[in-house]
Design a protein around this ligand. Sequence first.
Ligand SMILES: Nc1ncnc2c1ncn2[C@@H]1O[C@H](COP(=O)(O)OP(=O)(O)OP(=O)(O)O)[C@@H](O)[C@H]1O
Ligand SMILES: C[C@@](O)(CCO)CC(=O)[O-]
Length: 327
Amino acid sequence: MVTSSAPGKVYLFGEHAVVYGEPAVPCAIERRARVTAEEIDEGLVVHADDLQLDGFTVEYVGDDTDHPDVDAENSLVEAATGYVNEAVAQVRDAADAPDAGFEIWIESDIPLGAGLGSSAGVACAAIDAGCRELGVELPRAEIADRAYQVEAAVQDGEASRADTFCSAMGGAVRVEGDDCRRLEGVGNLPFVIGYDGGAGDTGELVAGVRELREEYDFAADTVEAIGDIVREGESVLGTEDTETLGELMDFNHGLLGALGVSSRSLDTMVWAARDAGAMGAKLTGAGGGGCVVALDETDAALTALKYTPGCDEAFRAALDTEGVRAE
Ligand SMILES: Nc1ncnc2c1ncn2[C@@H]1O[C@H](COP(=O)(O)OP(=O)(O)OP(=O)(O)O)[C@@H](O)[C@H]1O
Ligand SMILES: C[C@@](O)(CCO)CC(=O)[O-]
């Protein structure tokens, strides 16, 4: 039996635009998904106690064709179990063990579907744990690539490498198309996270931006403008100039709003953080609901978020420089 873990992330800049080849800078945070894998004679048994569908905890037996016995729409169930099924397929491929059976336990500190990369964390940790259980140790870059294949499969091909590369490698990273690298020399940034208790459907939100981009030139221009913000942000990242970094986060949030992926609760939390004196604040991840990330060295934004109606939880998140690892 082997346990591996992988971190979640926040986007300093560039979500959504990264799907169209613009650069993005996600940063791994000290909240992890942990996956334990044990080889069994055949098949797949998954225990995902944190994963609830319409109030049902998910436990299921079987591969792609079998569904957990829960009273929920098939599409919802497929999306929920897809990451683990696809990760196990990657393990079998990497270890050249097409018939390997697994019992898998998942537990995670990363809220689901909230913009903190829970799916990337689960995918990276599952691939690492499954492979180690079969005696195969993959380099982190290969785990990143295989976890990306998992996300692409579940999200119908519409995924960037950003979340999975960041979770596999840790630290602050830069992703532009297939060009993925770690950014060295980025110290701890004073991240404060506000969580509205909700979630957004990544696939649906990405599809919405694609449609907008096809219909309106302004949306294509907005995606390019987000790329400009990322390039601008990179030039101050690693310097003392956190004020400019914060200002650019504010611009980035405005442009994500123009692409239709913010929400009332995300905007409310962003403004609560800014009003409390944060250097900048934006939604993180796919949007629609979930989390905002603010930059604040003081406790003011954290306290303000805790008292903001609609903000369920507020916490600090330190940069996690370690990616996927065996526990
Ligand atoms: N603790 C968990 N147990 C089992 N599955 C999980 C767990 N956490 C995440 N997942 C899987 O990841 C899916 C959520 O992924 P999704 O891409 O929608 O959101 P996210 O990665 O949290 O957010 P974002 O992509 O915006 O950063 C869940 O539906 C589930 O399939
Ligand atoms: C919205 C998006 O850019 C980030 C989701 O965390 C989608 C992706 O990059 O695959």
